[in-house]
Design a protein around this ligand. Sequence first.
Ligand code: PLP
Length: 398
Amino acid sequence: MQINGNYRNLQPNYLFSTVTKRVAEERRRHPGKPIYRLGVGDVTLPLCPAVIGALGKAVEEMSAAETFRGYGPEQGYDFLRERIQQYYAAFGVSLDLEEIFVSDGANSDLGNILDLFSKENTALIPDPVYPVYLDTNTMDGRKVLFMDGGEENDFLPLPDPSVKADLIYLCSPGNPTGAVYTRAMLQSWVDYARARGAVILFDAAYESFVTGDLPHSIYEVEGAKECAIEISSLSKTAGFTGMRCGYTVVPRTLEREGMSLNRMWLRRQTTKFNGVSYVVQRGAAAVFTPEGRRQTGEATAFYRENAALIAAALRELGVWFTGGVCSPYIWMACPEGMGSWEFFDLLLREAGVAGVPGAGFGRNGEGYFRLTGFGSREETCQAIAALQELYRARGLAG
Ligand code: PLP
């Protein structure tokens, strides 16, 4: 018997456990001292009334033999896929129902989708980025190349024609950077992928935070249906982090080596996945009703306003940052060349503010720091005041 030895190559991920440990130590050292959490990556507002109502009704249905549901379609119920189809139509993207697959969240599909691709492929991953892309490819033993994000490209790396990659990960709006690709930038990725025969895995988990003319979906770009799979989630869109529901789009026109990736994914899902629970899918469908859109939109706007308040304070202090507009995340430069963890400790000790050190998201995250708008308004404002006070008292320059 042999285990999957690739697991030996995974880097231990101590980011959030170390953050929690250091915050707990600070509390122990200074009981009663307020600590403001400005690094929360989870939603904090409850599910909206439209979703709660739909969930309640679905639970009722499960109590009577006539309306009880057992195994459902592996791809998801049509009542939900039709809603998702209409949602995409509002961005000018036309999808067939067969192209939409309901999932139990983006994370599962980010890992599962790799079943479709040879382990001989090379994956191209932004640095810094959501760590799941690297870990899932490392578990498979796939070769990974990194593309550098930095202040010079606003943490939005663009294709380098000399780089040979087969699987390309893009996350927009990005976690941890909050940076958003424009349509023209996505077009250059689609052109690169099509020229190479590569496949883009587009993580749209934060698309609902996008405002204005920026793209929500990679399919808003010409040619994307020939080269891209989109993985999305209701976690941040509708507070579904604990409910577990998302969706993946695999276009029918996406083929490689004479095989339809759409058919391959259907085969994979019907074999290895038995769908998302009926009750959760009813709740998810309610997210896309006019009432659900309005209510979830209010929650998203609330988080976005928190992020905008943080962004305004950083701007006033002269601190370099990205994000904070179409995203719950703000990605700021640490002051005076400080390392991420050094700044974490200073901020926690002297201002009582807990954020997330950028170094946890990749080599290029060193020297940067992630703040989030997911907290309460009160805590966010208290944290901002404490941060401003620290910069002023210490004479810190951005
Ligand atoms: N993709 C990104 C970029 C994320 O930040 C997250 C969660 O934080 C996910 C995917 C996971 O989403 P889900 O809760 O749907 O698994």
